[in-house]
Design a protein around this ligand. Structure first.
Ligand SMILES: Cc1cc2nc3c(=O)[nH]c(=O)nc-3n(C[C@H](O)[C@H](O)[C@H](O)COP(=O)(O)OP(=O)(O)OC[C@H]3O[C@@H](n4cnc5c(N)ncnc54)[C@H](O)[C@@H]3O)c2cc1C
Length: 459
C-alpha cells in the first residue's frame, strides 16, 4: 500500500493524493447515517479524466480497491470507504464545459453539483429538469451512477432519460468516450446505459452530456386534502388526463407524515383548518401562465365539486409554493430525531399499493404495537418512502427483513431511486431473479475482473 501511495503521490502530486486524514473527515460518511470504521489510507481527488485513468491503472495493477465519491448525499452507503479501500473523490472535476443551444445539450464534468447545472441551464434560457432535495450537494456523477429520480420523474423520467452521452474510466484505466449529443443514435449497443444506475461498480463516470429542455414559463402548485387512497389515485389519473401532459409533480403525504412535519418543524403550517387522511402536493409546469392557471383551477374546482378532494390550497406566490414543498421535504428535518428507525425507498405497482401498505402496517403493528409509521413519496412514480420506528436499534433488521420480503411478494422494488449500495445488497434477491443477478455479476466481472471498483456494492 505504501509503495502504491508513494507512486500515486509522485505521479499525481500531493494536492491530489491526501494522506493526512482525521477521524471526522467528511469523506468518511454519507447521508445514510453509516460511516467508515477508520480513515482510508488516502483520499485521492483527480482533477481530470487523465489523472483518474493513471490512478486506476496503478490501482488495477496493485489490485487496490477504491470507493468512489461524488457529493456524498447518497442514502445507501455506496460511497463510504471501508475495508482498506482508497477514497476517490470527483469533487475537483467540477466544470460546465459547454452549453450547445442548438442541440440543447450541456456537457459537464461529473463532479459538478446538480444545482450549478440547473442554474446554468436557466441562465442559458433552458432548463435541466432533474431535481431532488439534495440538489446543493449531490453531483451529476452521483445522479448518473444512482440513476436518481426526484420530484419531476412523472413528466421527464429518471436521470437515465436525461443523459445523451458520457465518458467513463474503466477499472484498468481505459477511457471510454461516448459523448453522443443526438436524441437518435442506434449505431450498436448504447454503452452509456452500462454506467447509468450501476453505482460505480462498472466504471467511474467523468463527463456527461445532458439533455436540456425549453424553460417552462408557468408554474401552478396546489396542496390538496383527500379522504381515501383510492381518491388519491383517481386524482392522479384525472390530472394526467385534464392537464394535457403538463403535470410535473405528484407527491403524496399520508397524515402520519404530514401531521408530524407541520407540528414539529418551525415555520411550517398546514393551510387547512382540519386534519385529513391524505395530502397531495401537485405541480404543473407549462408555457402560458394565464391559460395553465385556468386549467389547473378548473381541475381542482371539479374535483372539489365531485367530492374527489376535500379541500385545496393553490399557491398564490413562489413563497407559498416553497412553503408547500418545505412540508414535503421536511423529512430531512424530522429524520435525526426519529433515529433509530428503518427507512425505506420502495416501489410497488400503483394498483397494488394500498393493499401492500395495509398489509405492511398490519404486520408491523402486530409485531411491534408501539411502532410509529410515516409514509410519503413520489406516488405518481409508484415510489413510497416508508419509515418505521420502534425506537429500538435491535428491531431494525427484523423490520427490514419483513418489509423487503413483502415488497418482493408484490413484485415491487427494494430500491425505487436511492440505489442498492451496501445497505440493500442482501435484499436485492426480492426484486431480481437469480438469472438477472447472475447477469449483473458477469457484467461486473467482465468490466472489473479484479473487483476494485466499489466492491461489495449492489451485488
Ligand atoms: C435530502 C436528500 C434528498 C434526496 N432526495 C432524493 C430523491 O428525491 N431522489 C433520489 O433519487 N435520490 C435522492 N437522494 C439521494 C442522493 O441525493 C442521490 O442518490 C444522489 O444521486 C447521490 O449523488 P452524490 O453525488 O451525492 O453521490 P454519492 O453519495 O457521493 O455516491 C452515490 C453512489 O454513486 C457512486 N458514484 C458517485 N459519483 C460517481 C461517479 N462519478 N462515477 C461512478 N460512481 C459514482 C458512489 O460510489 C455511490 O455508490 C436524496 C438525498 C438527500 C440527502
Amino acid at each position: 500500500m505504501t509503495s502504491l501511495i508513494d507512486t500515486l503521490k509522485k505521479e499525481l502530486g500531493e494536492k491530489t493524493v491526501l494522506t493526512e486524514i482525521s477521524e471526522d473527515d467528511r469523506h468518511l460518511a454519507d447521508w445514510s447515517g453509516e460511516s467508515a470504521s477508520k480513515p482510508p489510507a488516502a483520499i485521492i481527488r483527480p482533477a481530470s479524466t487523465e489523472e483518474l485513468s493513471v490512478l486506476l491503472k496503478h490501482c488495477h495493477k496493485a489490485q487496490q480497491a477504491v470507493a468512489i465519491q461524488g457529493g456524498l448525499s447518497g442514502l445507501s452507503a455506496g460511497a463510504i470507504p471501508d475495508n482498506g479501500e482508497l477514497a476517490v473523490s470527483l469533487e475537483r472535476m467540477n466544470c460546465i464545459e459547454e452549453i450547445d443551444l442548438d442541440a440543447m445539450t450541456m456537457t459537464v464534468l461529473s463532479g459538478t453539483p446538480l444545482q450549478t447545472i440547473q442554474e446554468a441551464a436557466v441562465d442559458a434560457g433552458l432548463s435541466f429538469p432533474l431535481d431532488l432535495g439534495a440538489r446543493g450537494s449531490c453531483t451529476i456523477g452521483g445522479n448518473v451512477s444512482t440513476n436518481a429520480g426526484g420530484n419531476q420523474v412523472i413528466r421527464f423520467g429518471m436521470t437515465r432519460a436525461l443523459i445523451l452521452g458520457l465518458e467513463a474510466v474503466l477499472a484498468d484505466g481505459t477511457v471510454v468516450t461516448s459523448l453522443n449529443k443526438m436524441l437518435k443514435n442506434n449505431a450498436g449497443y448504447d454503452l452509456k446505459q452500462l454506467f447509468i444506475g450501476s453505482e460505480g461498480t462498472i466504471g467511474i463516470v467523468t463527463r456527461v452530456v445532458l439533455r436540456l429542455f425549453p424553460k417552462l414559463e408557468s408554474r401552478c402548485t396546489a396542496l390538496c386534502a383527500l379522504k381515501t387512497h383510492a381518491d388519491v389515485i383517481k386524482l392522479l389519473q384525472l390530472s394526467g388526463k385534464q392537464l394535457g401532459g403538463i403535470l410535473s409533480s405528484y407527491e403524496v403525504m399520508w397524515a402520519n407524515y404530514f401531521d408530524l412535519v407541520v407540528d414539529s418543524v418551525a415555520h411550517l403550517h398546514s393551510p387547512f383548518d382540519k386534519q385529513h387522511a391524505f395530502y397531495v402536493l401537485m405541480e404543473a409546469e407549462g408555457s402560458n401562465q394565464e391559460q395553465d392557471t385556468q386549467g389547473f383551477q378548473t381541475l381542482l374546482e371539479q374535483a372539489l365539486e365531485s367530492g374527489l378532494i376535500e379541500d385545496a390550497a393553490i399557491a398564490q406566490s413562489g413563497k407559498e409554493s416553497a412553503g408547500f414543498w418545505q412540508i414535503r421535504d421536511g423529512v430531512g428535518d424530522i429524520l435525526p430525531a426519529l433515529a433509530p428507525c428503518a427507512n425505506f425507498d420502495i416501489s410497488v405497482p400503483i394498483s397494488r399499493m394500498q393493499e401492500f401498505l395495509e398489509r405492511a402496517n398490519r404486520i408491523l403493528l402486530e409485531r411491534f404495537p408501539a411502532v410509529k409509521i410515516l409514509i410519503f413519496g413520489h406516488l405518481g412514480d409508484s415510489n413510497m418512502h416508508y419509515i418505521a420506528r420502534t425506537g429500538r436499534k435491535e428491531d431494525k433488521d427484523v423490520i427490514y427483513d419483513t418489509i423487503y420480503k413483502l415488497v418482493g411478494e408484490y413484485s415491487g422494488s427494494v430500491s425505487a431511486e436511492h440505489g442498492i449500495g451496501k445497505l440493500k445488497r442482501r435484499y436485492l434477491q426480492h426484486s431480481r431473479n437469480e438469472i438477472e443477478i447472475e447477469m449483473m455479476r458477469q457484467l461486473k466481472n467482465t468490466f472489473d475482473p479484479r473487483g476494485i471498483l466499489n466492491p461489495g456494492r449492489v451485488i
